[in-house]
Design a protein around this ligand. Structure first.
Ligand SMILES: Cc1cc2nc3c(=O)[nH]c(=O)nc-3n(C[C@H](O)[C@H](O)[C@H](O)COP(=O)(O)OP(=O)(O)OC[C@H]3O[C@@H](n4cnc5c(N)ncnc54)[C@H](O)[C@@H]3O)c2cc1C
Length: 367
């Protein structure tokens, strides 16, 4: 029997593969009172799917991941569009050529556009910290503006750190985009599971060989359950009783509000880099174009993670945490019947498609 700790995407993909292909029994233990990990969603009283742990838009270029997940869901075609309020103006994110014309007078915008296209080419994505390295006067002005207005305040709120104190990969996730394409992602496959993410996970776990125990912590069953192999998707430092110290995370708090209006904002996600304690507002009905007279939005407040107090959301990628994780990873390698996988077990931010791809690869290695 395989024991899996955690019913997020990592645990659920592996449970499905082990039961369907290897025809082995699987016990999934989940500490929370629901399956799905951070992709869990539910319908609220307005009939709108709420993503409990923050907005999730699926996107991938990996055809095999798309094909695999499509066995468990139909997709509602959805292209994520994000806006940011800068100096009171609603601009597209990533900051692109359209944004230039919204925040600058036409003459200046046109000069900056020409400079960007001549320097980098068209349809190119540049991380802000890279753009800041260019000595040209116009590009210095532009990168300073974008850094100040779009990145600095947001990063300080989101991480409690400046962009320079995080790995460059963090700010590179939202580049400056030399294009007129307002979509947040350009991936080939994009969509939202038609009946929500929880239903997708339910279908994965719907196999007589899979048993799911909710409200069950791995620590409480590890000595009583006999297993051939353990797949562990919880926090790696917790698995080793924090023997080298605690890995730090950023946490989030979501304040949900329903309003007596059909729409609150034009797109699912509007970011607030300046002036507010929250970083973004998500209006969930946009994901599936749900029709309802009222609407529900979530105000998102980043906060420090406190073990036992709130949930760990984002690993904080810097040298200190990488060094600490490396110590735990070294211990993990010594345990031959345990597989550590997932954002908490590997202390790594994964997009949904990346963790599915990783779980599918891990299964092939297990076989
Ligand atoms: C705010 C936010 C927004 C995101 N938006 C997107 C997006 O738009 N697009 C995208 O592609 N990706 C997005 N992601 C990433 C996505 O959430 C992850 O890729 C995915 O959830 C990772 O799955 P996982 O199985 O590794 O982890 P999780 O979903 O965290 O699953 C781990 C599970 O293990 C359980 N567990 C932990 N410890 C124990 C224990 N001791 N015993 C029993 N159970 C335990 C947990 O309760 C949890 O259910 C977002 C992430 C965040 C934080």
């Amino acid at each position: 029997m395989y024991l899996i700790a955690g019913s997020g995407l990592a645990g659920s993909v592996l449970a499905e593969r082990i039961a369907s292909v290897l025809k082995k029994e699987v016990l999934v233990v989940e500490r929370r009172d629901h399956i799905g990990g951070n992709v869990y969603d539910y319908k609220d009283s307005e009939g709108i799917f709420i993503h409990k742990y923050g907005p999730h838009a699926f996107h991938t270029n990996d055809e095999s991941v798309w094909a695999y997940l499509s066995r468990f869901t139909e997709w509602y075609p959805y292209f994520h569009r994000v806006r940011a309020i800068v100096d009171g103006i609603e601009i597209p994110l990533p900051f692109n050529l359209n944004a230039l014309y919204m925040v600058f007078p036409p003459g200046l915008a046109s000069r900056l556009e020409t400079k960007l296209v001549d320097t980098f080419g068209y349809n190119v994505k540049i991380p802000i910290l890279k753009l800041k390295e260019f000595g040209d006067k116009d590009l210095q002005f532009l990168s300073g503006y974008i850094y100040e207005k779009v990145f600095l305040g947001y990063t300080l709120k989101q991480w409690g750190l400046t962009p320079e104190n995080l790995y460059p990969s963090v700010t590179a996730r939202v580049p400056v985009y030399i294009s007129r394409d307002d979509r947040y992602f350009q991936d080939r496959y994009q969509g939202i599971p038609e009946n929500g993410y929880t239903s997708l996970i339910e279908r994965m776990l719907d196999n007589p060989l899979i048993r799911v125990e909710l409200n069950t912590d791995f620590r409480d069953v590890k000595d009583s359950v006999k297993f051939e192999k353990l797949i562990y998707t919880g926090c790696i430092d917790e698995f080793f009783d924090f023997r080298f110290g605690e890995l730090s995370y950023r946490s989030l708090d979501f304040s949900l509000k329903s309003y007596d209006t059909e729409f609150f904002q034009p797109v699912a996600q509007v970011n607030y880099p300046e002036n507010h304690d929250y970083t973004r507002i998500t209006e969930y009905k946009h994901f599936l174009d749900t029709r309802s007279e009222r609407t529900t939005v979530a105000y998102e407040y980043p906060q420090a993670y406190e073990r036992g107090g709130n949930d760990p959301y984002y690993p904080i990628p810097n040298d200190e945490n990488s060094a600490l994780y490396a110590k735990y990873s070294e211990e993990a390698r010594k345990l031959h019947n345990v597989v550590f996988i997932g954002r908490l077990a590997e202390y790594k931010y994964y997009n949904m498609d990346q963790i599915v791809a990783r779980a599918l690869r891990t299964f092939e290695e297990l076989r």
